[in-house]
Design a protein around this ligand. Sequence first.
Ligand code: AMP
Ligand code: MG
Length: 329
Amino acid sequence: METQILPINSGSLELAKNIITGGDLVAFPTETVYGLGANALNDDAVKLIYATKGRPSDNPLIVHVHKDFDISELVTDIPDYAKLLAKAFLPGPLTMVYKSRGIVCPTVSCGLDTLAVRVPSHEGAQAFLNYVGLPIAAPSANISKHVSPVTARHVFDDFNGKIRLILDGGKCTGGIESTVLDCTGAVPCVLRSGLVTRDMVAQVAGECDEYHMVEGERVRSPGMKYKHYSPRCRTALFDYAHRFDALREYRESLARGEKPYIMCDEQVAADMEDAKILNLGRGENEVAANLYDKLREGERVADIIIAVAPLKQDGVMVGVMNRLTKACG
Ligand code: AMP
Ligand code: MG
């Protein structure tokens, strides 16, 4: 199968619609990462997502809808705080989990009675969802456990010959997957951290909990139990206080004749002397936007990525550190 990368225009949207209604997969850009989409109402198409990615069959998918789509067609028991949050943050990088009406095929939710719904803000994503006119189930468009894609080229590197179409909407500006928020309880609860932070949710909803996996307990966010985001090279992670140990590790690796790189933000880079740097930039949003691109660059050029955590650990950095730990921990 030939994999086409096309800019988003009337011709590529028509092709995308034909592929989706024919039960096949289309990769598309969002403001967080690229998604691998299928018609959420077609069970075989959704199963194809799992098969193509090699995704574990108990890790549910997020349904993506156009901004004018009435989500009460798909879910029920929408609490008042969720309406406030939707008004404040949608379209945007926030996924909300509700009680499902059972309209979307059961494979999407892996048999759970809930459904995760997202309204992406990316213009290309909105054009795609509008043109296709269907709810689209989509995980990130990477081979399971590999680093998430933030460019059309990243998607191509993972799925060349395996999918027909990648809609190219440029580099994703957000860079880490959406915040997943459980809206089935009296108080919203962050299941996965992202660009919409716990504090931002609490400011609108009054309160916000954060879920932490407890050994032996039923998992509320099935995706969290999996190792994710791994680059295909050796990795090591140092916290900010141990950044000079990272530099020592770098020198030891060099002395063994390897090609090490240090991955860090601009503040840490200033302490790394002449070491080769995968620079994540300055500030939490820039670091989030660069994280996956630099991990993918690192696996191409480095024998080992030696990551150093930024000093700041709150806000968006909670989500960044969660990914960095799973990638390099
Ligand atoms: P991905 O598609 O790889 O970005 O992952 C989707 C994330 O959403 C995973 O962490 C899932 O566990 C989570 N998720 C999807 N549907 C549900 C649901 N119904 N309840 C709880 N978490 C969900
Ligand atoms: Mg993913």
